[in-house]
Design a protein around this ligand. Structure first.
Ligand code: UD1
Length: 334
């Protein structure tokens, strides 16, 4: 298939583009490069040994989107968006504009071009305060911050589009916590500034860029008192997108599917696995709980297996080994 990838130079977009090329698809991508580097695209080309057309473009450029979509694509994988929870609380309008208005522009350009296959990067954040683990797709949705609200809004746009025009086929993939890197060590997560997320912070500490990790809370009602999350290898996640793309025509309009492993791991378990991978003790201290963190959330991944024939294969040790290889070989990122 001829696939357009939005946010192609970002962490998940670049890994998805690589797996699409490896599977024999033709890939074009765009990014506004606000939080990523075009070097990621060059490395995807080098790893795949195949061309990947790149355009610097912003989702807010509605005319630019229409021109690009007019090239004719079979499907779009939509990753472009802002994703920092804290920043979204400070700048809710920025998040609405980029993530929601930007997605609307994209969908309008797709409709105009007659491209109605879409795989969207949603998040387990749409489950809001989790009532029971593991979480399945029927769990009620709610937003606990403006970032989460944008994911809900774009999901709703997807449901509305397919209701209005049943030719739309949309996979709303709800990711749990993506970590890891392509095993080559050439592609990986390269957050600008201080990382908000656990794994990049842990690995930057292991490589000496940070003094120590702060473990946000050890008094949660979990086995070791630290928060539990469902970490998933970014390559597994990318392969989940590929599976969704290949099964999209069997979708009844827009459908949500969890992409997680089904296993919850604590912050201390992640630190232990990361220390093992890096071959050194990673210093940490216990800090107060971070506002807004849930004690525990992990996925029920059954629907992904049933609908997409996909399941996560890589364990926490592989996630840490691959993330570490990327960090060690690229200590300052791209
Ligand atoms: C966060 C967002 C989520 C978003 C995802 C991707 C919140 C509440 N949720 O998920 O909506 O989809 O990022 O960007 O922000 N931790 C530490 N020390 C650190 C960093 C994290 O102990 O320096 C702990 C956190 O308390 C948490 C776990 O590590 O329990 C994972 O944190 P993080 O990587 O930020 O992901 P989430 O908070 O699960």
């Amino acid at each position: 298939m001829k696939v357009l990838v939005t946010g192609v130079s970002g962490y998940i977009g670049s890994h998805a583009a690589l797996e699409l090329l490896r599977a024999g698809h033709e890939v074009s991508g765009f990014d506004n490069l606000s939080n990523s580097s075009e070097e990621a695209v060059r490395r995807v080309r080098e790893l795949a040994g195949k061309p990947l057309a790149f355009t610097k473009l912003d989702l807010l450029d509605a005319d630019g989107l229409k021109t690009l979509l007019a090239q004719g694509f079979d499907a779009v994988m939509h990753f472009a968006g802002l994703k920092a929870v804290g920043e979204s609380v400070e700048k809710p309008a920025l998040y609405r504009r980029n993530n929601v208005d930007g997605s609307r522009n994209l969908f309008e350009a797709m409709q105009k071009a007659g491209c109605r296959r879409l795989v969207f990067s949603s998040s387990c954040t749409v489950y809001g305060e989790v009532k029971k683990n593991p979480v399945d797709e029927k769990h009620p949705r709610s937003a606990v911050n403006p970032y989460g609200q944008t994911k809900l809004d774009v999901e709703d746009m997807g449901f509305a589009l397919s209701k209005k025009d049943p030719r739309w086929k949309i996979a709303l993939l709800r990711y749990f916590n993506p970590v890891g890197a392509d095993p080559s060590g050439r592609l990986g997560e390269d957050p600008r500034g201080t990382p908000n997320n656990l794994m990049p912070f842990v690995m930057q500490t292991a490589v000496g860029r940070r003094d120590k990790v702060r473990v946000f809370g050890d008094d949660y009602p979990t086995p070791d008192g630290t928060c539990v999350r469902d970490y998933i290898h970014v390559t597994d996640l990318a392969l989940g997108h590929l599976a969704a793309l290949e099964k999209l025509d069997s979708f009844a309009g827009a459908e949500a599917v969890n992409l997680g492993t089904g296993h919850g791991r604590s912050v201390l378990e992640v630190l232990a696995a990361a220390s093992k991978a890096a071959g050194r003790r990673i210093p940490y201290e216990i800090a107060p709980q971070r506002a807004g963190d849930a004690a525990a959330i992990w996925a029920d991944p059954a629907l992904a297996l049933e609908k997409l024939g996909w399941r996560a294969e890589r364990d926490l040790d592989a996630m840490c080994a691959d993330h570490w290889r990327w960090q060690k070989d690229n200590p300052a990122g791209y």
